[in-house]
Ligand binder design. Structure first.
Ligand code: ADP
Ligand code: MG
Length: 711
């Protein structure tokens, strides 16, 4: 039996299913699968969640209060006291020399994990509490059940098992059916065989320069660190590798998009430029000109453009997009412009109309409301290239719409589109692609979630914008705010009132709802003004009509939900009230506020909130302090953490197991630079020195990036 096992062990390779590892059978393989571990490689990358450097275990009668100690003992009894102000979970631990009380504050989760009869090791600071020895909130480990079963039943004999082996080092994220100690034992043979399992990615020179330890040492030390210093080195190396492989995937994705598909190269000269610029009743800003230069250069190549255009609301992206569109049209190519909502699509269409009045450029707006014969006729015109610019929503992605000469796709992303839809459209043909976003993306996300795109940024808005003042209004100042708003309305300014929800019939009756508040505002607060309601559930014709009335100034106060979040452009609207503002995320608040301050007049944003929540308060505080979208997005990322904003899966990237794009920013920069350099020097990674990297990349990304054909 042992012989078979030894044979098995020598043959371990990374792709081996965990089931065939020593100590794992079909049952445990299932438990591992739930933890996301399928192969030996997954197991090697199943990193401890914590590490302990515990002192040698001692007997209970040797414990001195005030010292950090490790003891091993038998759980005599457990008790959970939920009624206390601070609920505690308590266990009495014994060895052959005495008894010790162990407590965990808020330890409800332990009710399922610790039971009388178990042998556990705990490590923590000892103290005297009411004359009794106590260790509070220690780290602990249930000694491997297998060994507990096979051994004699006294705690004393188990002490000989050398607690350190089980306790010092890594503590794995365990499950009820697989303890950290068991995982440790299963990984051990892999660690003994790392030479045959882990292959180095980089040459010695690079490792030295980048101050990275070898990959083999990194795996050894992350699971079983000799000391904290080596643990830190191991983490750094593994984080780097993880970020490097991710960036390599992105670099390859970008390379493939550029080199395996051809786009129409757009010709460009001064005459075309002059003709396009004539369409704009103002001079373009320096930022706009710079971005246009980047886009023109991209579109001049037969490699498809894949560019992300970032700029705050009102910074002048639409103008840039229209420039690109007209360049394509000048080259007899069609353009599809897509927006996330119907309102935004028609808004885009209206502003395009404004610039294209009397132009020969054929343009249409296609929305879901368009049906029957009319729709059919338009689709025919699109497929015969009789129409140059098509504006619409995702409806444009529907299969029955065919462009015969699609040269440019402009996607106003506004954080509502996923990468998935982008990819879908790309399949149709290979147009140049420009993605616009009004929510500035933090640097870290631009390099990861959107890391395969080239990025252009408009930092400064066009001149002539009035300042925007943001105030956080507490309940006691509500009337004062209303009075202030009344004065502005009297001089013909317009206001938005934004609510987190439409009606209150649903769940949380505590929140202010647009429908109820609209009645109150129109009858009680502002009876002398025209107050109208707009929300997402209205038929689209009605929505369009209300927006048109607001734009023309017939409506003084527009009460709405976040449907006005995107794209609505009414320069005379200089006041915005956001009710229960703490219910909105930072990015959303910033988007909403972007609806005002579009004209020359000074504008005012009032954030009404009753919150006592600290996180919500920090968000509101950031809003009153900053108008800079990039600064706000960085704060947002820091306040929320990367997990919430950045789902790797959603972007077709592998999970990050150890690196964190915020905390490991420096490593991310270094990894990105090196990955992109590697792809430009050896795009297919066919060089023999890149063999190990390529293997790891394929194992990580599998087919999700269509990398299989790279091999
Ligand atoms: P975005 O799409 O980034 O929200 P827009 O392109 O819609 O911004 O521009 C916002 C407003 O600024 C529009 O009313 C537009 O006419 C105006 N605008 C854009 N560029 C300029 C410029 N260079 N000079 C003056 N006004 C501009
Ligand atoms: Mg716009």
């Amino acid at each position: 039996m042992t012989e078979v096992n030894e044979k098995l062990q020598t043959k371990i390779d990374l792709s081996m299913p965990v089931q065939f590892l020593k100590g794992v059978g079909p049952g445990r393989a299932k438990v591992f699968a739930q933890l996301g571990v399928h192969t030996a490689e997954d197991l090697l990358e199943y990193f401890p969640r914590d590490w302990v450097f515990a002192p040698e275990p001692i007997k209970i009668n040797q414990i001195q209060p005030g010292r950090t100690v490790t003891i091993l003992g038998l759980v005599e009894s457990t008790d959970y006291q939920s009624f206390r102000r601070q609920p505690i979970f308590e266990a009495q631990l014994s060895d052959d020399t005495g008894l010790c009380r162990i407590v965990w504050f808020h330890g409800k989760y332990l009710c399922d994990r610790l039971q009388p009869g178990q042998v556990i090791i705990v490590s923590g600071k000892a103290a005297l509490y009411k004359h009794q020895l106590q260790i509070a909130n220690p780290k602990f480990l249930v000694v491997d059940e297998e060994i507990a079963d096979s051994g004699q039943r006294t705690a004393d004999s188990k002490r000989k098992l050398n607690a350190e082996r089980y306790f010092s080092g890594g503590v794995y994220p365990a499950s009820a059916r697989l303890s950290s100690g068991q995982i440790k034992k299963i990984i051990a043979p892999l660690l003994g065989n790392l030479g045959g399992l882990v292959n180095e990615f980089y040459d010695k020179k690079f490792l030295k320069k980048a101050q990275l330890i070898s990959r083999k040492d990194a795996f050894s030390w992350i699971h079983s660190p000799p000391d904290e210093e080596k643990l830190a080195q191991a983490k750094r190396r593994l984080k780097y590798d993880e970020l490097f492989l991710m960036q390599l995937g992105l670099a390859l994705r970008r390379y493939k998009w550029k080199h395996f598909s051809a786009a129409a190269a757009m010709e460009y000269d001064e005459k075309i430029d002059r003709r396009i610029r004539k369409r704009f009743p103002f001079l373009l800003t320096e930022d706009q000109n710079n971005v246009i230069a980047e886009i023109v250069a991209d579109m001049g190549r037969s490699e498809p453009m894949n560019r992300l255009l970032q700029g705050d609301v009102g910074s002048g992206k639409t103008v840039v997009a229209l420039y690109a569109a007209l360049l394509a049209v000048a080259n007899k190519r069609q353009v599809a412009i897509m927006a996330p909502t119907e309102i935004l699509a028609s808004q885009h269409f209206i502003s395009i109309e404004r610039y294209l009045r009397n132009s020969k450029v054929k343009r249409v707006c296609i929305t879901g409301g368009l049906t029957g014969k009319k729709r059919e006729r338009l689709l025919k015109q699109i497929s015969s290239a009789a129409i140059d610019i098509v504006v619409g929503t995702v409806a444009l992605l529907q299969k029955d719409i065919e462009f015969s000469r699609l040269g440019l796709v402009i996607i106003d992303e506004q954080h509502k589109f996923g990468v998935h839809q982008r990819a879908q459209l790309r399949k149709q043909t290979t147009p140049h692609c420009l993605v616009m976003t009004a929510t500035p993306i933090p640097r870290t996300l631009a390099m990861t979630a959107f890391g395969d795109l080239d990025v252009s940024i408009i930092k400064h808005s066009p001149p002539g914008r009035g300042a925007c003042v943001t105030r956080w209004v507490e309940p006691k100042n509500r009337q004062k705010a209303y009075e202030f708003i009344r004065q502005r309305l009297k001089v013909k300014k317009q206001a938005y009132f934004v609510y987190p929800r439409i009606t209150n019939i649903e769940e949380n009756g505590d929140l202010k709802a647009a429908t109820d508040e609209w009645k109150m505002l129109s009858t009680e607060v502002f009876p002398e003004f025209t107050v109208k309601l707009l929300h997402g559930r209205m038929p689209s014709v009605k929505k369009q009509q209300i927006m048109a009335e607001f734009r023309s100034g017939k409506i003084d106060v527009l009460v709405s939900t976040v449907v006005i979040e995107v794209g609505v452009d009414v320069p005379n609207a200089t006041i915005m009230v956001i009710e229960d503002a703490d219910r909105f995320g930072l990015a959303q608040l910033h988007q909403l506020r972007g609806r005002i301050g579009r004209g020359e007049a000074k504008s005012y944003c009032f954030l009404f909130s009753r919150t006592e929540n600290e996180a919500a308060k920090s968000r509101l505080e950031v809003m009153t302090r900053s108008n800079d979208g990039f600064e706000i997005s960085e704060c947002d990322l820091r306040l929320r953490g990367p997990g919430e904003l950045f789902s790797t899966r959603q972007h077709g990237l592998p999970d990050l197991k150890i690196a964190n794009i915020i905390d490991d920013y420096e490593l991310l920069i270094m990894a990105r630079k090196n990955a992109f350099e590697l792809v430009s020097s050896d795009p297919m990674l066919t060089g023999p020195e890149h063999k190990n990297i390529r293997r790891a990349l394929l194992a990580k990304f599998g087919d999700s990036l269509g990398l299989a054909d790279v091999a």
